[in-house]
Ligand binder design. Structure first.
Ligand SMILES: C[S@@+](CC[C@H](N)C(=O)[O-])C[C@H]1O[C@@H](n2cnc3c(N)ncnc32)[C@H](O)[C@@H]1O
Ligand code: SF4
Length: 426
């Protein structure tokens, strides 16, 4: 992949499926990071050049041994560095390998989070919506299709399930879908909603199945929130729904997405939610991502956004740390390693993440979810590219999703597909 001639970011898969990313620095250095952890090392000079050659598949005799000695002091705190040296030997990094196992890349140690967009219809028309949901949208998964997705998902792991959309509460069979997921033994079942359609009758039907409800709140200020949802009165309706859900004894959390229209409102919104009784850990804050209607929102890199989140759990609002919670909630220790995500959209398309809409792995109307993921082949490794890396970083919330999208070639232009479970990305 030629770090020497054109330094570009790269991704490598460790034997236990964790992902490592490499980001070249302007001075020829290299940042090597274990995704979804704070762990990274910055290499300069000879170690950086040797590492770049090793990862690029252009290593010279002695590079690996020299790196092993050079990195030994770092490896005490970062044992994964040595695993990386072993994994990189002879193979180069992911983009250097045709037919890298997409299954290992996407699923890691098993499916941890399943997003099911049951409908793309919505009773709001938010200015930033990555799903481009609106009242006139008409795609919908049937209850039977949702059931088949859930059965196939069990063959891929024990994921937390999030019903989302569009607004899932306007799906006619949403209560039945939640009940079905509960009957199948899924531990964490969440409805992500604006709450506008949550009435007492629905709450009464939902309550026995104990879903958690996640609500979207954009500000403590009515005018600001309502300008984002483009529905007058929507903040008060969402807050009312939250109070009702809490009164019914259901677990409630909130997600605040920050965009130019509500910049600086996060602290006020958090205060309002804390006053309602939400714990800090139940309030997620994240920046708008460059996807769907959000692609016109400008550059809001999460690491530079400086969100006012002092009194909240600062984490991506859409992806809770519950990707591992299905184990935690049974009182068992969370498994080590990386757990994967999948999103089934309202038209049946399967994406590696809610934001990775540029990559379609297949469609559940053509093949079962597990066959789609296991049959997915990357036809030709995409060339490493700094611009493509920046596009994946800008559009996706989580470091592992960014790395997966990059390795699968997102941002490289439209993908091609074949029919059936064997789908092919350019
Ligand atoms: C797509 S909505 C679906 C569920 C429900 N309709 C709601 O709004 O809560 C799920 C969450 O994604 C967030 N979201 C939508 N577009 C986004 C974007 N471009 N970047 C980041 N988050 C986004 C919404 O603010 C909402 O919190
Ligand atoms: S963000 Fe949620 S409420 Fe807003 S338009 Fe999209 S799906 Fe609807």
């Amino acid at each position: 992949m030629g770090f020497d001639s054109s330094p570009a970011p790269g991704v490598a898969l460790l034997p236990d499926h964790r992902l490592v990313t490499f980001e070249p620095l302007a001075d020829g250095g290299l940042v090597v990071a274990l995704t979804d952890t704070e762990q990274h090392v910055e290499l300069h000079g000879a170690p950086a050049h040797r590492m770049a050659r090793l990862l690029g598949g252009t290593s010279r005799p002695g590079d690996r041994a020299a790196l092993r000695a050079l990195l030994a002091p770092w490896a005490r705190a970062h044992p994964w560095l040595m695993e990386l040296l072993e994994a990189a030997s002879g193979q180069g990094c992911l983009e250097g390998r045709a037919n890298a196992s997409a299954e290992a890349l996407i699923l890691g140690d098993g499916l941890g989070m399943l997003f099911i967009e049951v409908t793309d219809r919505c009773n709001e028309r938010c200015i930033h919506c990555y799903a481009e949901a609106a009242p006139e949208c008409a795609n919908r998964l049937s209850l039977d299709e949702i059931g088949r997705v859930l059965i196939a998902a069990r063959r891929l792991g024990r994921p937390a399930v999030q019903f989302t959309g569009g607004d899932p509460l306007i799906h006619p069979d949403i209560v039945a879908a939640v009940a079905m997921a509960r009957d199948m033994g899924f531990d964490t079942i969440e409805l992500y909603t604006n709450g506008l359609a949550l009435n007492d009758a629905m709450l009464e039907r939902l309550e026995p199945h104990r879903p958690r409800l996640a609500f979207s709140v954009y500000s403590h200020d009515d005018a600001t929130h309502d300008a984002i949802t483009r529905v007058p009165g929507s903040l008060q309706r969402t807050l009312r729904a939250m109070r009702r859900a809490r009164a019914a004894g259901l677990a409630v959390r909130a997600g605040i997405i920050v965009m130019p229209e509500n910049r600086g409102h996060e602290a006020g919104a958090i205060r309002m939610l804390r006053d309602m009784g939400l714990e800090a850990r139940d309030i997620g804050v994240d920046v708008v991502r460059s996807a769907g209607r959000g692609r016109f929102m400008g550059d809001y890199a999460p690491e530079t956004a400086e969100l006012e989140t002092a009194d909240a759990g600062h984490r991506p609002a859409n992806h809770r740390s519950d990707e591992r919670a299905s184990d935690d909630s049974r009182g068992e220790a969370a498994e080590p390693g990386r757990r994967g995500k999948l999103c089934v959209a309202a038209n049946g398309d399967v994406h590696p993440c809610i934001f990775s809409r540029e990559i379609t792995l297949g469609n559940i109307r053509e093949a079962p979810l597990d066959a789609i993921v296991r049959g997915f082949r990357v036809r030709a490794p995409a060339k490493p590219s700094t611009a493509r890396w920046a596009a994946c970083r800008g559009a996706l919330s989580c470091a592992d999703c960014q790395a997966i999208a990059y390795a699968l070639g997102a941002g490289a232009g439209p993908e091609r597909q074949t029919a059936g479970a064997e789908h092919v990305a350019a």
